[in-house]
Design a binder for this molecule. Structure first.
Ligand SMILES: Cc1ncc(COP(=O)(O)O)c(C=O)c1O
Length: 286
């Protein structure tokens, strides 16, 4: 099975036409989304992801028609129905269906659609040897804390990165690095880890949150502080975090080596500890 869909609680094939022509997600990108990775048939950090979905929805004044428990149940149903052990579950709420007008009718019911697909992990060579990134101006809107369906700024930045043979676009605004097009950015300088503080300019990544905790537990110094693109270029290490990105070491930015151009020690340690957490939480360990 290549995957399965679920629309408002009903299973559908991935190739079924299920989007009404006047769905506001379809017309305006009016909605919010989440992505959860499944390991050992367990949806990793699904509660945190669904809590963030409620938070994003509240920030765009959308009342979700399901409870947290129901959303978790849908995840479990998709896993059970497909039997996938490693998968990616994507879920989105659109504001619902209404004639195309910018102001939204308050009585419209948001629509949930979800997909599950087998998860093909990133090439392990990238983790071992490190990946390349490019610095680009952050041209997105100023509510990047909302996991909005509107991703054009991110899409265009990632496309530029890809066309330049890079894994990620690292964005900067007002003289400071914000985040990647689909990841959070960390740098290490003189054994201190830095990442941008949470604000309207970045998404508070779930993986970012795990790294903050892990740094503390492992006696690593981590500062949530803004830093410039020049500071990043002069850093000893750079790494990205994200649900699908996991912990990705970056060894070159704008074709310039970071540190000695090899994966740094702190990036390696955090990657290892993070993968151990997944193994533990998803019962992959004996
Ligand atoms: C813009 C952006 N920042 C950060 C992240 C990382 O967030 P998380 O760790 O919750 O996946 C993502 C993930 O999709 C993202 O799209």
């Amino acid at each position: 099975m290549e995957g399965l869909g679920l629309v408002d609680g009903k299973f559908v094939g991935l190739d079924e036409y299920v989007v009404p022509i006047e769905d506001r997600g379809h017309l305006f990108g009016d909605g919010v989304y989440e992505a959860v990775v499944v390991w050992g048939s367990k949806p990793f950090m699904v509660v945190e992801h669904m809590e963030r979905m409620f938070n994003s929805a509240a920030l765009i004044r959308m009342d979700l028609p399901y409870t947290l428990e129901e959303l978790i149940k849908f995840h479990l149903q998709l896993i059970e129905k497909t039997g996938f052990e490693e998968a990616l579950i994507y879920s989105q709420f659109t504001r619902g269906v209404a004639p195309r007008k910018h102001p939204f009718p308050l009585e419209v019911k948001p629509r949930l659609s979800m997909t599950i697909r087998p998860w093909v992990r990133l090439d392990s060579n990238l983790k071992i040897n490190g990946a390349k990134a490019v610095l680009l101006p952050d041209e997105r809107w100023l509510k990047c804390n909302i996991k909005s369906l509107n991703l054009l700024g991110n899409v265009l930045a990632k496309q530029t990165a890809t066309e330049n043979g890079c894994f990620e676009a690292i964005l900067h605004r007002d003289g400071y690095v914000t985040e990647g097009s689909s990841s959070n950015v960390f740098v290490v300088k003189d054994s201190v880890i830095y990442t941008a503080p949470t604000s309207n300019k970045i998404l508070a990544g779930i993986t970012r949150g795990v790294i903050l905790k892990l740094a503390q537990e492992n006696n690593l110094i981590l500062k949530e502080e803004t830093f410039s693109p020049d500071f990043l270029l002069a850093a000893d290490e750079v790494f990205l975090t994200g649900t699908t990105t996991e912990i990705m070491p970056i060894v070159s930015v704008n074709n310039q080596a970071i540190g000695d151009g090899r994966v740094g020690t702190i990036s390696k340690i955090l990657h290892e500890v993070y993968m151990n957490i997944i193994a533990r939480e998803c019962h992959l360990l004996p």
